[in-house]
Design a protein around this ligand. Structure first.
Ligand code: CA
Length: 357
């Protein structure tokens, strides 16, 4: 063998040796293992499965450097303790919605949804490009928690009723499962809001223990079989016009990651945020068709005067929330200003287009 060939061969074999030893080095590299606690029953359609998807996207984008185990509500911690678990670092991530933490931070409700508030597209615009995300980040900072928008239900349905709603009078004495600010609005309209977990709704509706219930929209509602327990399916979901779901991340855990992985975690939330909206849109279309054409569901619009009344009471309730503390006031002012401007623009763009097509 000529000397030059020998050197070439030796060089090639050392490259080959290097190539072979590379995976061994990669294996030694630490895999970061995280836990994600959620407020949803494990694998709950769209809400729970989107949390699973978030974990998968992070693992895939990071080339397996981060692995996240997802827990359903009650598996590692109770659903309503997800925020605390992430705050104290029991889990590095959580998935839920900001209005669940109103007992801790009342103003957090602005970051999920408020009655007659922003829809999904407008909410994302406010969060990402209208100052909302900065306010949300500041809101969770004292708890060592970083928020990210990670899903949206889109406009929900007003709900399933066994009483016809023909006037404001019909709201009086109405016993309805409707949580949060919407429930408070119903109470002021003379109704009786009750809060029941999803699993108890069908039986309560069927037995007459409640007159009505809201849940989500056609896809999730069809799965629960509400059409077998209620006569009327009313729209629109004035109380939840585009509920934002959140991913929450323990701040210390996030900041301990290399910069590229921090970026992957945050962008993965953005991917899932958008993806859930599109999944709800696609599946609600199909489910509405099934409800109407297969199960002959009586789909009705709430009368104008009822919606006007609910709107006036909602303004009252949201203003009261804004008056709770200086932080709530700051968030409300940003939200309300954005809402006013986006309505002016949407009136001549989205609304007008939907009306003419
Ligand atoms: Ca709902």
């Amino acid at each position: 063998m000529k000397r030059r060939d020998f050197i070439k061969t030796a060089a090639l074999s050392s490259i080959a040796a290097g190539a072979f030893s590379a995976p061994a080095i990669a294996e030694e590299k630490e895999t970061i293992e995280w836990k994600m606690v959620t407020t949803w029953p494990k694998n709950f359609p769209i809400l729970g499965t989107s949390a699973n998807k978030l974990a998968e996207v992070i693992e895939e984008m990071s080339g397996g450097r981060i692995k996240i185990k997802v827990y359903g509500g009650g598996e590692l911690v109770p659903a309503m303790e997800v925020f605390d678990a992430v705050s104290r670092g029991t889990a590095q991530m959580g998935h839920g919605s900001a209005y669940y933490w109103k007992g801790k931070v009342e103003e957090a409700q602005f970051f999920s949804t408020v009655p007659f508030g922003l829809n999904a597209q407008e909410m994302n615009a406010w969060l990402y490009h209208g100052g909302g995300m900065e306010l949300w980040t500041v809101t969770y900072e004292p708890f060592g928690v970083v928020p990210a928008a990670a899903g949206n239900t889109m406009v929900q349905m007003a709900g399933w009723f066994n009483k016809e709603i023909n006037s404001v009078e019909d709201l009086k004495g109405l016993k309805m499962r409707i949580p949060g600010l919407g429930g408070e609005v119903l109470r002021r309209a003379g109704g009786t809001p009750v809060n029941l977990p999803g699993a108890e709704l069908f039986t309560s509706l069927k037995s007459g223990a409640i007159d009505a219930t809201e849940w989500v929209g056609p896809y999730n509602d069809l799965a629960f079989g509400f059409y077998k327990a209620a006569k009327y399916y009313y729209y629109p979901g004035w109380h939840e016009p585009g509920t934002t779901l959140e991913a929450i991340i323990n701040k210390e855990a996030l900041e301990s990651l290399p910069k590229d992985l921090q970026s992957i975690v945050m962008y993965a939330c953005k991917v899932v945020n958008q993806d859930m909206s599109t999944e709800f849109t696609a599946k609600n279309n199909a489910a509405l068709d099934t409800l109407i054409n297969k199960h002959n569901v009586d789909v009705r619009r709430l009368p104008d005067d009822v919606l006007e009344k609910l709107k006036a009471l909602s303004e009252e309730v949201v203003l009261e929330l804004a008056g709770k503390n200086p932080a709530a006031k700051r968030i409300y002012e940003s939200y309300a200003k954005f809402r006013k401007q986006v309505i002016a623009w949407d009136d001549i763009s989205e609304r007008e287009y939907l009306n003419i097509r």
